[in-house]
Design a protein around this ligand. Structure first.
Ligand code: GUN
Ligand code: ZN
Length: 638
């Protein structure tokens, strides 16, 4: 049902197959009110929507709609043959305190009217209720979940995660729901948080809920209809959204943009170029009758919403989702705070790709908390370097080229970086150490960050030299002003070993690159590495990835199992040894440290290498998913 097409941050672009109909996620379901549609189904389809969400409870409670739905089915009732999801009346439960159907009745009703994706009648517990209440209501939601999943026939069914604002209850709820094996996992009970701009609390709930939800099912964030949230929620692993906001806001005369909402009375301009906004002016719009004005605003609101969804997907393909999140965070200070809260969770590193098509941009101090930065600082510990440390200020990249020097047998030369703390010249070309940009000068957050990281790194060295321009870091050591003193014979082997350790883990560098010979390009960069006339591997020019060849694989396999390996099921061995991709459904085992876009080795169950290639998803994901590429094979080794 789900295939991952691209990965960035903890988010993904996936292809969902729902009853033979395809949806690309992240996706936004527009909410359709079957009684009073502000936009026609044709208009919604024309904007590019192939899935909608409506409310089965409303249909159930209206005699005419109910009998038509029972007779002709919901697709015919709405005149829509795309994916139809229905909610269950839970929102009415939250809004009005009660509903006139039982959990089983509404489940059966959804099934009978032929919806594609139904939802259990969960209890949307509000934020900050007493813990006993949250627990009690969660128990009832879980009871209904068990009963519903048992009674489910052919409809896909969503099991909503509840638990109010209690992280442990959210985790428990997610774990229990996941055990029951639903097809979709909504995160519920968050509408009041969004209405009150409590984005930090929202983010915590998403992270704690997501932690125990499986990768092979889509996660829906219930009631998140404002486009300024899509990028952040997607970066945290939400795949689906629903928007009633486009219509509710329209009726209240509100004009949505990705950076906030305008009240129509205050609009002098229409700051958008969608089809409706280019057809009129703010003045004319204000003069329209309410019905026409609502229609206009709904068209605009829904257009900017789907546009943002497309932008999020494009950013995932490009590897620039965190940059989009940073941009959106400037829409509201509480959203920026929420981004900081999200980034303070170190666990985000688990799913973060190791390399991206686009450069890492320093967007402000929150960027120092990004998983890429934390990972780099962690991976620095893999380097085993027994030399004198020399710290230089940042210059134009590539640093070694601008300085005209590399680390030597005596000196380990590092850049004091305002984004990554310390950048050893040995590993400068590995993503994102060269592939990042920041404004000139230092801001206060960077200075504090550098002090901390540089000091910690320097503490592992007996002798430290630092350039006089770095005195502000307050380091112990010897200051100098002439870098010429540290030039000498380039230590190519030391560089390769550092790259190996940094990329594949401690010990990998020695195994891979001792007694090898490197071919250096005209621009002074290492290209291929040979042992005798056998190719060990290639250092990719674009991102410093270590692409292994036969000899390299042989050497790296000396690291204990399962380091850097993906074990293929025996039914896939033949296929993969012909040079074709290894699919997720055929992954038996994997090194849990494997991240998206990392170079890996595919082995059989006897640990015999059959291919080398690039992991397209993390180890966690390839073990959970059944479809889609796990490893794109570069070399077969059979
Ligand atoms: N719509 C908005 N929030 C919720 C929720 O918590 N549960 C359900 N079923 N629908 C919702
Ligand atoms: Zn517009």
């Amino acid at each position: 049902m789900i295939e991952i097409r691209a990965r960035d941050a903890s988010g993904r672009v996936t292809e969902l197959n729902i009853n033979g109909k395809k949806l690309t996620t992240p996706y936004l379901f527009p909410v359709i009110d079957p009684r009073k549609q502000i936009l026609s189904i044709e208009e919604i389809e024309k904007l590019g929507f192939n899935g909608i969400i409506t409310n089965s409870y409303i249909i159930n409670q209206n005699r005419e709609l109910r009998s038509r739905a029972m007779e002709e089915g919901i697709h015919s009732l709405l005149g829509f043959d795309g994916v139809i999801m229905t909610d269950s009346g839970s929102f009415q439960l939250y809004k009005y305190g009660g509903v006139d159907v039982s959990p089983m009745e509404i489940l059966e009703f959804q099934e009978n009217i032929g919806v594609d994706i139904g939802v259990i009648l969960d209890i949307p517990t509000e934020p900050d209720v007493p813990r006993e209440q949250a627990e009690r209501e969660l128990e009832e939601t879980l009871r209904r979940a068990r009963e519903s999943i048992k009674a489910r026939k052919k409809m896909l069914l969503s099991g909503t995660v509840q638990g109010s604002t209690y992280p442990e209850l959210r985790e428990k709820s997610a774990r229990k729901m996941a055990e029951l094996g639903f097809d979709l996992y909504p995160i519920g009970g968050v509408v009041p948080l969004m209405e009150n701009y409590r984005f930090s609390d929202l983010v915590k709930i998403i992270i704690h809920s997501r932690k125990y939800l499986p990768h092979d099912k889509p996660v829906h964030l219930f009631g998140a209809g404002h486009p300024m949230l899509f990028a952040l929620a997607s970066a945290l692993g939400c795949d689906l959204f629903d928007s009633a906001a486009y219509a509710l806001y329209a009726r209240e005369g509100r004009y949505i943009t990705t950076s906030g909402t305008y009240r129509l009375e205050r609009l002098r301009e229409l700051p958008c170029s969608c089809a409706v906004c280019t057809s009129t002016t703010a003045e004319e719009l204000k003069k329209l009758e309410k019905k026409d004005r609502d229609h206009f605003l709904a068209m605009h609101n829904l257009t900017v919403s789907i546009e943002e969804i497309r932008r999020v997907r494009q950013s995932i393909h490009d590897g620039s989702l965190w940059e989009l999140v940073a941009e959106r965070a400037r829409a509201h200070p509480y959203l920026l705070e929420a981004v900081r809260v999200a980034l303070s969770y170190g666990s985000l590193e688990n799913l973060e790709p190791v390399t991206k098509k686009s450069a890492f941009f320093y967007t402000g101090s929150e960027a120092l908390l990004r998983p890429e930065v934390r990972r780099h600082i962690k991976k620095l510990k893999r380097l085993k370097i027994n030399k004198k440390l020399v710290l230089l200020p940042e210059v134009e990249k590539p640093y070694s080229k601008t300085y005209g020097m590399m680390s030597t047998e005596e000196y380990h030369i590092c850049i004091a970086s305002k984004v990554f703390g310390v950048i050893p010249l040995e590993i400068e070309e590995v993503y994102p150490l060269t592939q990042h940009e920041a404004p000139g000068g230092y801001d206060e957050a960077q200075i504090n960050f550098m002090k901390k990281v540089v000091k910690e790194y320097a503490s592992g060295f007996e002798k430290v030299y630092f350039h006089s321009s770095l005195e502000f870091l307050g380091l112990e050591g010897e200051s100098f002003s002439d870098v010429e003193n540290f030039k000498g014979k380039n230590d190519i082997e030391g560089k390769l070993i550092a790259i190996g350790d940094y990329y594949f883990g401690e010990g990998a560098g020695e195994l891979l690159f001792s007694e090898t010979r490197a071919r250096i390009s005209k621009t002074g960069r290492i290209r291929e590495v040979y042992s005798g006339d056998r190719l060990v591997g290639v250092i990719r020019a674009s991102d410093g990835s270590v692409v292994l060849n036969v000899e390299g694989v042989k050497r790296l396999l000396k690291l204990p199992f399962p380091s850097n390996r993906v074990v293929a099921h025996e039914d896939a061995v033949e296929f993969v040894s012909q040079g074709r991709s290894l699919f997720c459904g055929f992954v038996e085992e994997a090194d849990m440290e494997i991240k998206p876009y990392q170079e890996v080795i595919v082995v059989d169950s006897q640990d015999k290498p059959i291919a080398a290639g690039r992991a397209m998803v993390s180890a966690e994901e390839m073990l959970s998913l059944k479809h889609g590429v796990a490893v794109r094979v570069r070399h077969r080794l059979g």
